[in-house]
Design a protein around this ligand. Structure first.
Ligand code: FAD
Ligand code: MG
Ligand code: MG
Ligand code: MG
Ligand code: MG
Length: 551
């Protein structure tokens, strides 16, 4: 666990009454949170802020409900409806938390300091730079869009990551229609302006293409009747299919639906260059082709923010792609630093790395062999510490560890079979193949924020009493169970009031009723009653009057 700085005794808030009454009270530990997105905000909402001196730093003074960003691009939902000021969120916590609107540009883990720059005033002293000390640092800064260094992308494409991006896209769509309607353009030029290209067939690219298609067919076609037949939407994906993270049935349904809708799905094409007028893509069969376009949205995945890359170099993670944490969300080799959400990934410990230790712990009678009973006794700990074991048993349709032992022994007869270390290794040899990386979703980030807040709320207790319920582990003893992700399902809105959903237990549901499920889930998940009201009234307005097309 994070060692405390220790030995330091000072008075808490020296001016306050509490300090006078209890002069022996040590100062509250400083918690610094970077980021006010899904991870950071959920952490803050769940943290008992009386226990710590909390400071929040983010270049955006609001939380944005990202799943509704694609709806903002078409004007189905207003930008205002999906943001909640961070100060309002903090105010509900009793105003004990401080917020600084600034960007962190350097983490110094040796002196436990972060360096920040204000982005609201350039006339400030020292360029608005300041540093903040921490005892615990929660890094929840999310990711940036990854262009894979493709030339021309930054200059010519839109991203869809922030609220401003969605607003810009909406304006740009309208501009394309207005340009295409000007009197002096020829047919080719009109077509070019009305060619909308979406690069990336993941959930965001697909949802955006679908919502753009709805916007065009349901609203804009009425307003621009003379050019509506020239509109084309292309969706470009380098892999063989779109929505590859979903079940095959959803992928097929989406590809068929887009085909019927006239969205040109180009799979197996990789975009290699974007210029002001053309997009160049590559396919082994056709070679390079260039197509003129009016507007392009780039949505091909995420990358690590530069200052996080720097930090990774400092702490010996230079060869990794994403900041790694252990299952307690602690950044390894970095006292007091935690990372959650899109900026981090959990490095799940492998059974095979700890196999001798597991054997030693399980072999209570020191006989040098394990009985099924001995394994059974520590099974709960194994499952908690190494969730891949359970996943492996499930994937092999085994009922318990006894089945695994039997399969390793190749002998179903004897009840009292015993395993030596070699046999034990053989039995578990393949379980690590089931280690899963968590997806970069709001669901993961918010569950991690909630988990971490609960750990923080119990941290003091745990430091005084570190013996935890988990006994098998590679490094020391822990009071807390490791983070465990619970997948609640994922939606893929496909336009035309149809949505696909993949729910737990590989339950697939597709169609209009799933769209209603989507509406109700996203209404429920709103961060406040205010945004919930606004979002629902935006939807209602859209049903009655259609989408607004002024900009
Ligand atoms: P973010 O929510 O991105 O928050 C990062 C925060 O860090 C921001 O407040 C940012 O301003 C701040 N920050 C950035 N740089 C710094 C810095 N240098 N110093 C301090 N602060 C900094 N997920 C789902 O589960 N379901 C969906 O339907 C879904 N739809 C999506 C649609 C779109 C268009 C997008 C873009 C994402 C969608 N996601 C969805 C993914 C989801 O938004 C992310 O996984 C989630 O936001 C990750 O949370 P986070 O806290 O790690 O990062
Ligand atoms: Mg965050
Ligand atoms: Mg967010
Ligand atoms: Mg992550
Ligand atoms: Mg034994």
């Amino acid at each position: 666990a994070a060692a405390s700085s220790g030995g330091l005794v000072a008075y808490a808030d020296s001016g306050s009454d509490a300090a006078v009454e209890k002069p022996q009270l040590p100062p509250r530990k400083k918690v610094v949170v970077l980021g006010t997105g899904w991870g950071g905000t959920t952490f803050l909402r769940n943290l008992d802020s009386r226990l710590y001196d909390v400071q929040v730093i983010s270049p955006r003074n609001y939380f944005a409900f990202t799943p509704l960003l694609p709806s903002v691009t078409s004007g189905t939902v207003e930008p205002r409806s999906i943001v909640e000021p961070i100060r309002r969120i903090l105010e509900k916590k009793g105003g004990e938390i401080k917020f600084w609107e600034a960007e962190c540009f350097k983490i110094d883990p040796q002196s436990k300091k972060i360096h920040c720059r204000s982005n609201v005033g350039t006339n400030l002293e020292g360029n608005g730079e300041f540093s903040v000390d921490y005892d615990y640092l929660v890094v929840a800064v999310g990711a940036r869009t990854n262009t894979f260094n493709t030339p021309g992308v930054v200059e010519n494409c839109h991203f869809l990551k922030e609220v401003e991006d969605a607003q810009k896209i909406r304006r740009s769509v309208m501009d394309c229609f207005e340009r295409a309607s000007l009197p002096f353009l020829n047919e080719e030029e009109r077509k070019k302006n009305l060619h909308f290209v979406v690069v990336g067939g993941g959930p965001t690219g697909v949802e955006f293409a679908a919502s753009l298609h709805d916007f065009v067919t349901e609203d804009l076609s009425k307003l621009y009747p003379s050019v509506q037949h020239l509109v084309k939407i292309s969706l470009i994906e380098a892999a063989d299919h779109i929505l590859t993270m979903f079940d095959k049935r959803i992928t097929n349904f989406a590809e068929d639906k887009f085909g019927r809708d006239g969205i040109d799905v180009k799979t197996g094409y990789k975009v290699v260059k974007v210029s002001k007028d053309d997009i160049t893509m590559q396919n082994p069969a056709t070679g390079d082709i260039s197509v003129p376009y009016g507007m392009a949205v780039w949505s091909t995945g995420i990358g690590t923010r530069p200052f996080v890359v720097e930090f990774m170099k400092q702490i010996g993670q230079a060869n990794r792609r994403v900041l790694a944490t252990d299952e307690w969300l602690r950044v390894r080799e970095c006292d007091g630093v935690y990372a959650i959400g899109d900026c981090a990934t959990i490095n799940q410990r492998k059974v095979m790395e700890d196999i001798s230790e597991i054997f030693r712990v399980a072999d209570k009678d020191k006989s040098g062999t394990l009985t099924v009973k001995e394994i059974q006794d520590i099974l709960d700990d194994i499952y908690v510490r190494y969730p891949q074991v359970q996943l492996y048993l499930k994937s092999k349709q085994m009922n318990g560890i006894a089945d695994l032992v039997r399969s390793a022994k190749g002998d179903a007869e004897k009840e009292s079979m015993e395993l030596n270390i070699e046999e034990f290794k053989k039995a578990l040899a393949l379980v690590d193949s089931q280690v899963k990386f968590l997806p970069a979703t709001a669901q993961v980030a918010s569950q991690q924020g909630q988990y971490l807040a609960r750990c923080f709320n119990k941290m003091k207790d745990a430091e005084e009493n570190p013996e935890g319920p988990i006994r098998i582990r590679g490094e020391g003893r822990h009071r807390f169970r490791p983070f465990r992700y619970r997948h609640l399902g994922q939606f893929a809105p496909l336009g035309g009031e149809q949505t696909a959903a993949q729910l737990p237990g590989d339950w697939i549901s597709i169609g209009h009723s799933t769209q209603w499920l989507w509406y109700s889930v996203y209404a429920t998940k709103q961060i406040s009653w205010r945004t919930r009201m606004l979002v629902v009234s935006d939807w209602t307005r859209r049903f009655i009057f259609g989408r607004d097309s002024s900009c």
